[in-house]
Design a protein around this ligand. Structure first.
Ligand code: HPA
Ligand code: ZN
Length: 396
């Protein structure tokens, strides 16, 4: 920011609280870090439990009623959240369930000005319960069809669970009919299932990339180096959660041993000045060029409300989002698990404004970074960047 260019001085007049939400909602934007399972709203979870004859309060769905589920939404840390998130996933069983989940999120996407959504899902969360990968993915794509028909550009990213077994490169590629053997829910078997799915899927319903998520410590990225190398060789784009609760060394390892082009969260990088510089620099490694089509910085998909809910920062105003932005790191704003962390894209942008007081130009930069950080084709990026610039230019 140039001298004398204080956030308050550049704050546009329209940012009074009444008009701010409508303005932020309609702002053209991306969503690059959303777990579809994390969009499961409590009401839908109970609807699906009933449809699947799952007794609320039973081991398959251990919440007796809505109040009990909502009461569980106070998280001491990432692990405490994931315990609830996986428990609630027990209601997702059929392609119709995944359709309904994705359809509800697709409606949000349309209402929130999202032009491009690169969405995570966790195959192993379902395959280890006997739900086949193609059941999950077919349901998700059909649920997303309406949003796509209305012009939202959507991609899917299959995440490996870092706390689940890695397995072996020669794990059997299970038939899709039944994944009842937990050995078929290893990272290696999951990669095979993704590649098999992509071979059979229509081009516009394939899986674009892979990620790495779940309980972060003590599972360093290098455990998955060979799996990511194979994914990369097969043409999948690569990202990984790192530096959410894990140390900066996990961010370095994700770049160096997994060859990711993007980091999910990554906020602990401010503990390592050299790493901060490295993220901001333009990388011309083959892996980065493969994902972005050109030399590129390594962006961070930051999730302000998630960081607050999971106590990554002791208080919201201590979020380092703007510190990162001002250090030249390509940070963008995301919602992570919106049903659990107090909101979707709008609420996360609103949190940034309320907690951190960015300048108008910084807000524009955050929205633009979401385009830079995406894996859209270059021509589509140019179009969306122009749309964002026009939106800001037209704002009073
Ligand atoms: N962090 C790590 N893994 C996850 C998350 C998260 O916030 N949400 C779903 N899986
Ligand atoms: Zn996440």
């Amino acid at each position: 920011m140039s001298p004398g260019h204080s956030p308050a001085a550049t704050r546009p007049r329209l940012l009074d609280p009444d008009r701010l939400d409508a303005w932020l909602r309609r702002m053209p934007k991306t969503a690059l870090h959303v777990h579809l399972e994390g969009t499961l709203e409590p009401e839908l979870a109970f609807t699906l439990a009933e449809r699947n004859a799952i007794e609320p309060g039973s081991p398959a769905f251990p919440y007796a009623d809505l109040a009990a589920l909502r009461a569980a939404y106070r998280f001491a840390d990432l692990g405490a959240f994931l315990d609830v998130y996986y428990a609630a996933c027990g209601v997702l069983r059929t392609a119709d369930d995944f359709h309904d989940l994705a359809r509800a999120y697709g409606d949000r996407v349309r209402a929130e000005g999202i032009r491009r959504a690169e969405l995570f899902f966790d195959p192993q969360t379902h395959t280890r319960r006997g739900v086949g990968l193609s059941t999950v993915v077919r349901g998700l794509w059909s649920g997303l069809a309406d949003a796509r028909a209305h012009g939202v550009d959507v991609a899917l990213i299959a995440c490996f669970l870092r706390d689940a077994p890695v397995g072996h490169a020669d794990d059997p590629a299970a038939a899709d009919a039944g994944f009842t053997d937990p050995a078929q829910a290893t990272a290696w078997a999951t990669l095979r299932q993704v590649l098999e799915y992509n071979q059979r899927a229509p081009a516009d319903e394939s899986i674009l990339g892979v990620g790495l998520d779940s309980y972060e410590t003590p599972y360093p990225p290098e455990l998955f180096a060979a799996v990511f190398a194979r994914a990369r060789a097969a043409g999948l784009r690569c990202t990984a959660h790192a530096g959410e609760e894990g140390p900066p060394a996990y961010i370095r390892a994700a770049i160096d041993t997994l060859g990711v082009s993007r980091i999910d969260h990554g906020v602990r990088c401010t503990e390592d000045a050299a790493l901060l510089e490295r993220l901001a620099a333009v990388h011309d490694t083959p892996t980065v060029v493969a994902d972005f089509g050109e030399p590129h910085a390594i962006p961070l998909t930051v999730c302000p409300r998630s960081n607050y809910a999971l106590k990554v920062f002791p208080d919201p105003a201590r979020s380092n989002l703007l510190t990162l932005l001002r250090a030249g790191v390509q940070v963008c704003v995301n919602s992570d698990d919106p049903a659990y962390f107090g909101g979707y894209a709008l609420e996360n942008y609103r949190a940034v404004v309320d907690w951190l007081d960015p300048s108008f130009e910084e807000l524009r930069q955050l929205a633009r970074n979401g385009v830079h950080a995406s894996w859209m084709p270059p021509a589509a990026k140019t179009t969306l960047l122009a749309e964002i610039d026009a939106w800001f230019a037209a704002s009073p």
